[in-house]
Design a protein. Sequence first.
Length: 165
Amino acid sequence: MAITAAFEHYTSIFGDLTLDRLDQPGDWFAKAEDPLKTLWRWHAAEESEHKCVAFDLYQRLGGNHQWRMRWFWYVTVQFSTDVFRQTVNNLWHDKTLFKPSTWWSASKFLFGRHGMVWRVAKPLWAYTRKDFHPMQVGSATLSQDWLQSHSDQWRAVGAPTSSAA
């Protein structure tokens, strides 16, 4: 459960950050096509919505801080390694791995003014506090606000369509 809670913390951070700066500098999907933008933002809202489930269950089952930290650092290494490996693989197949423009773009994305490293550091580090709870990180309403204001762009699986009798 500690591993799931740690992964859930990562995905909720990325979910919140995906919805945080819509159509502003730092919007990761600003240049994406609308259907792709909607898909990723819906998924971000979904990840953000359930950010407490595994953490609360872990706490309720008697999980302690030391064990939570042990698995958090394990997940950090696994998550970072997997993201790096998959990115290199994708760039290799795109034949852009050795292009200087790829590395320039990556450095701006990671370390630029609105870079990912600066945006994830504080919420990620918050997880290490003994008194941490996922609701202390990000916005409690960001996902709900996006889902509500974009309800015309998506529908829940199994929800009746307007043409259903």
